[in-house]
Design a protein around this ligand. Sequence first.
Ligand code: FNR
Length: 365
Amino acid sequence: MTAVALSVRDFEAAARATLDPVYADFIAGGARDEITVRANEAAFGELQLLPRVLRGNAVRSLDITLFGGRASMPVLLSPTAFHKLVDPEGEVATARAAAAAGAIMVVSMASTVAVGEIAEAARRACEGADPPPLWFQLYLQPDREITEALVRRATDAGCAALVVTVDSAVLGAGERNRRNGFHDLPPGLRCENLVDLRDGENGHVRQILMSAEFTWEHVDWLRGITDLPILLKGVLHPDDARLAVRHGVDGLVLSNHGGRQLDTVPATLELLPEIAAAVEGRVPVVLDGGVRRGTDVVKALALGASAVGIGRPVMWALADSGEKGVRRLLELLREELDDTLALCGASGVADLTPELVRFPSWGPR
Ligand code: FNR
């Protein structure tokens, strides 16, 4: 990148200019007509902020604690697959940047570096200080032994939570990928967490299977085999949010997979008030989808999210300038968040309440 990036948009443009168009499409694209991809971002633009003044907030705190682990900002790195597609160091570069920023990273099950190696890179980047929590994203696999082996790998790596993605009964129909003939990782890259998952296997890489067979009973089973906090990612209906709490889930990631699974579902921001009401504060809700600005973070937190996640922005920054790019991206969002808090008259994330936002076109809530 020649000019210094001043916003997520700059990273998006820079990535588009550098990347193979097939990979740029893989990142930017969504399912079918990409209506939900656009809706996620548009919702943040529609919602308005109504700030308070003269509240004396010279010092603002941005840090949060989730499941006992501290992070320096309420922005986490949502799980995204295949970082080595866009940077030779892949998830190692991302993890170092997240660790340096004190941000939680959710490692994708489809990472191109093994979760243990990613965790080690994060620890080294912190030079003796405690690194921020690393979480592991999981797709339940039809073979329970495989799921168990993955949970063991994440646990052994020191991951502090499991994020179970439940919106992927089948793989989302990304028509850009189909048109571009992008179906597989190029030679030399593989999903490292899926290598040698059973004793006696050698160099064997399993396919990540999507399946429509899963039920709440599988969540109960998972609850029984691990003590790690479990978050469900991709619950959109308030009734499912209530069910999740009843099944002992520890948190939700309110996500429509960045519009990459079922197209035409609502923007996550638009669903947030209903989901927050459904869980009644019993478990934290992390929102992702379309977060591009510090103002977006503030809006989601004001409506009840404990934190937000970013997906594509991380891939864009990584594609543009590797570890440095992701560090810069997180710094930018931190600066934007801090100045938005100041302009809203808030002294920290705990001050953010629904009174701070207005819904011009969605009607009163
Ligand atoms: C994703 N996402 C995703 N989610 C997941 O649970 N497991 C995964 O492996 C991936 N992989 C992935 C790859 C790429 C390239 C993208 C863009 C997204 C979804 C991701 O976690 C997140 O929900 C969305 O990306 C959030 O929306 P934004 O921030 O991209 O708008």
